[in-house]
Design a protein around this ligand. Sequence first.
Ligand code: G3P
Length: 216
Amino acid sequence: MRIFLDTANIDQIREAAKLGVISGVTTNPSLMSKVGRSDYREAVLEICSIVAGPISAEVLGQGPEEIIQEARGIASWAPNVVVKIPVTPAGLEAISVLAKEQVKVNMTLCFSVNQALLGALAGAAYVSPFVGRLDDAGHDGMGLVADIVDVYERYDFTTEVIAASIRHPLHCVAAAQAGAHIATVPYDVLMQMIDHPMTTAGVAKFIQDWERIAKA
Ligand code: G3P
């Protein structure tokens, strides 16, 4: 399973990129708003200068033509930009047109196997089931990820599953076990994935023991 960073925070992206474990970034209008970036293109290009892999940027248009025009514009920003489009009738119509033009689409706000199936049929390169939001509503978010992976494998779809709306490190473990191709994680969760009290204690003990002999 690959790891994308789910943020528009440039400092966090720079720090995470140094670790060598991030192969992409996902953004959305809420994440841009959170860091006060009103120039979406400028922010995405800055992210592209840090991470070479797929960078998702979301459309705001509603109707199919509006989405298609906006998506073509976003896709032209940089070769690694992926266009995020919500699962709606207009979104699916747009995805099917854009897929024929080789525009890579990340179909977002996915909450059901049916939506994921339709996204794959329309030609989306990625589909993003929102695990945390489903859990918040009392549903089994990671169960949905596993179900989508099963259906895609059964029919040999090439659409990749991005476990999104990740809230804690156990979500990452479960996403990997469910066969998600990618988990897109907030920076704090990435740091939690690294952290273990026994590693911290072990490092402190090695240093303490070495200093004892070195000073003797
Ligand atoms: O990429 C968007 C998705 O991960 C949203 O997460 O935390 O707003 O449910 P959240």
